[in-house]
Design a protein around this ligand. Sequence first.
Ligand code: CO
Length: 258
Amino acid sequence: METTTKRNIPTLKDMKQVYDAYTKEDHQVWKILFDRQIVNMPQAATKEFMIGLEKINFTADGIPNFEKTNDILRELTGWELVAVEGIVDDCLFFELMSNKKFPATTWLRKIKELDYLEEPDMFHDVFAHVPLLTNQAFVDFLEAISKIGHDHADDAVAIDLLSRVYWFTVEFGLIRENGEPRIYGAGVLSSAGETKYSLSSEPIHFEYHVEQMLNTPYRKDIFQDRYFLIDSYEQLYNSIDEIKTGLTEKLRKLEVIN
Ligand code: CO
């Protein structure tokens, strides 16, 4: 039985951040979100996030301008943001990132929906993701895992499995710093509630484990019940071969079952 599902890979629409189109309310929402979350960061976020935030020059005083952000990012790690309308298809997502392009939405939630969002907005994509894009070891991992995704672009099952690793690292990863867990996952960093919860004793903290991540489905609509802890960003990059072989192995097993 055929186990791969062929997919049509969509292409990126030509989009730009229209900076002048942001309203006063947009900038105000950015400020509220920024001020509210920045106070939690020194005790909760990885130190690399704080370093990155300063390098990238984000402040409460205005929505980041992608052009300026990209000037800094290109200089530091060769990465850049590309504006997208909303959630990008997984295949296109990995393709962009395998070329050092990070897709980011340009819209921001309204003041009435500060805490509830149907899908990630700019506060998530930009505030939570971009500071780590200044860290070379982290972006090396991001590029490498995206290349694996790109290599499996026409295989929906493979993309699904690989997305688990992405989920438990880039979105919901924790790192041990001075013996204490800290957050580097953007899904946590953009949520004040989950920032507190993730570091509490309520969820399980597992050691970084590629096979376990590949075997763990995840849910998007609740706080995670488990997080995986790394010791360094180099550890992520050094696990790339293990991710590749683990994925191939799992796909092979699925093929046998089917
Ligand atoms: Co994200």
